[in-house]
Design a protein around this ligand. Structure first.
Ligand code: GLA
Length: 351
């Protein structure tokens, strides 16, 4: 009897949280200038199971060789080792909590694959810490903002809010139109006869990529023509510097493509939607220069596959994944490793 009570008490103390990853259908590198994006949370998850622990975090990862062990409160999350633990300690630092947890984490997302495995880890950590510290449950937006700043602090990558907000506020069966200035999230239903695939191309790390350079270049372009989210193509031509002009051209045209793609999706006009995806890839490749030869080649093959409406690189680029939108009857066997993904609801407490 005593043993049974002991086991059930311990079992009930375990907290389980889970966050999906995301894929972006269209609208890349627009979020950090307050532009438009159209991503969706996907049915690949990071799951964390743990019990409360005073003044420390102890976390084992099924996908990493070294465990994370740190004391709370945290002083410098950017100094955490192993480095994967920085996403965890960044969140703990933002929340300024003293009660941590002991447990394990695992994921069905490819790590460093451009499907927001880091945002999913941050969100899971935030939900876990709120739970063990008995904090009021944060809204999706609060959760996303907290985790975005945790990532800035812990990794130095000046990311926008798209990944965290998508993983936090995903809606079953829908993509999310996000205005990254007003932070309004509007679900747009994905037709049932449309399949979405991601094809993994290569691992990448945004911290060692030219991502921050692009953020700086957009800032410089804004010094010439004002906020890029409001700019017209005609004013982009006034930028004398060729590189900055091309960067701005991507931003301004991409915001417009997201708006048009949203209308097309709502009207179930997948031909137009696909064309806009293809144009988006070209713009990211030629004007924003964040694609790679390997991604371009995979996109080219996907675009030529019968039944495929459109294909493009997705996320920050410099590697990662491509996204393919196809008719459900399309045969995609020629697209090596293409993985069917479904739009799902956002991060939550499971138990
Ligand atoms: C990464 C960042 C996002 C966004 C995308 C590009 O995923 O974390 O904030 O900027 O790149 O759209």
């Amino acid at each position: 009897m005593f043993i049974y009570m002991f086991i059930t008490t311990n079992m009930s103390a375990e907290i389980v949280v889970r966050s999906p990853g995301r894929v972006n259908l269209i609208g890349d590198h627009t979020d950090y200038t307050g532009g438009m994006v159209l991503p969706m949370a996907i049915d690949r998850y990071t799951t964390m199971a743990a019990q409360p622990l005073e003044a420390a975090i102890q976390l084992t990862s099924a996908d990493q060789p070294d465990d994370l062990k740190c004391e709370l409160p945290l002083v410098d999350p950017a100094a955490t080792t192993p480095t994967w633990g920085r996403y965890v300690t960044g969140v703990a630092h933002q929340l300024q909590v003293t009660r941590g947890f002991s447990g394990s984490v695992s994921t069905t997302l490819p790590l460093g694959g451009g499907l927001s495995s880091s945002a999913a880890l941050e969100l899971s950590t935030a939900l876990m810490l709120c739970q063990v510290n008995e904090l009021p449950p944060p809204t999706s937006l609060e959760l996303a903002q907290l985790c975005r700043f945790a990532e800035h602090l812990a990794t130095g990558v000046p990311c926008g809010i798209m990944d965290q907000l998508t993983c936090a506020s995903g809606v079953d069966g829908s993509a999310l139109l996000i205005d990254c200035h007003s932070l309004q999230v509007s679900p747009i239903e994905i037709p049932h006869d449309v399949n979405i695939y991601v094809q993994f191309i290569a691992h990448r790390k945004l911290s060692s990529s030219a991502y921050s350079d692009r953020v700086i270049q957009c800032d410089q372009a804004e010094q010439h023509i004002g906020p890029l989210r409001l700019a017209e193509v005609s004013s982009v031509h006034n930028i004398a510097d060729e590189i900055l002009r091309r960067r701005a051209m991507h931003l301004v045209s991409e915001n417009e493509r997201v708006r048009r793609a949203t209308v097309a999706l709502a009207l179930q006009d997948m031909t137009t939607f696909g064309k806009l995806m293809n144009e988006s890839h070209k713009s990211l490749r030629d004007d924003f220069e964040v694609s790679t030869n390997q991604m371009d080649e995979a996109v080219r093959i996907a675009q030529q596959t019968p039944g495929v409406f459109g294909a493009r690189m997705t996320g920050g680029g410099f590697g990662g994944c491509i996204v393919i939108v196809a008719d459900s009857s399309a045969n995609v066997d020629n697209l090596e490793g293409a993985m069917l993904v479904k739009p799902v609801s956002g991060a939550k407490l499971i138990n």
